[in-house]
Design a protein around this ligand. Sequence first.
Ligand code: ADP
Ligand code: MG
Length: 240
Amino acid sequence: MSRLEVERLSVSFGGVRAVRDLSFSVAEGEILGLIGPNGAGKTTVFNLVTGFVRPASGAIRLDGRPLVGLKPHAVARHGLARTFQIVKPFPRLSVRENVTLAAFLRHPARRDAEAHADAVLERVGLAHRVTVAAGQLTLLDQKRLEVARALATGPRILLLDEPMGGLTPAEVGLASDLVAGIRDGGVTIVLVEHVMKAIMRISDRVLVMNQGEKIAEGPPSRVVEEPAVLAAYFGKRRVA
Ligand SMILES: Nc1ncnc2c1ncn2[C@@H]1O[C@H](COP(=O)(O)OP(=O)(O)O)[C@@H](O)[C@H]1O
Ligand SMILES: [Mg+2]
């Protein structure tokens, strides 16, 4: 069954059609890679699905339940979480406090929220950093914190916006393992990422966007060889 369904979604900003007539679905337990050149509309898709931006038209359903018109906190309560391309922790608060704030969504009592935060921090490999101010973390640990904050809201589906940007190849390996582990723990994932090695390794399926539209969809190894995808990335045109 589809965990997330997006049907004929469109939105424009001024004259720019950031997302055009986009349809896709994500199966329960799947990792869907969402790729495309800069400005393709990937982050806008996340903003639409999470309720930060309202679509001009189209439908979004999480486990069959319509999401369009809901505010971000209501979408989160339904079980959908996201991370941001630019990480957004509270830099002066500790790692544990940052994650506890997110855990309050499902654990109103402070003790429960903190216990849940600690469990999530263990899961992402930050158990040894809980008292450090978020602003003091290395980039890899900031990315882990961003994932922890999203996980602490108890999602059934997690949207990750370039979680590997700026990481070294070794760190990309660790981050890929983390994402695959989260999926194995039962969370469906949509992964926007420019690091192709990671996309190829852990995505079950890839959707390619360009100028707001879907231009290809399928298994990672096949999609990256499609002429439309090569053209979008490298400006090549194949004469049919
Ligand atoms: N809030 C906004 N206001 C105006 N234009 C926007 C806004 N968000 C995105 N855009 C535009 O929409 C297009 C898609 O952007 P984005 O979704 O960020 O692409 P990607 O994440 O694939 O790089 C770009 O042309 C971008 O400038
Ligand atoms: Mg983006």
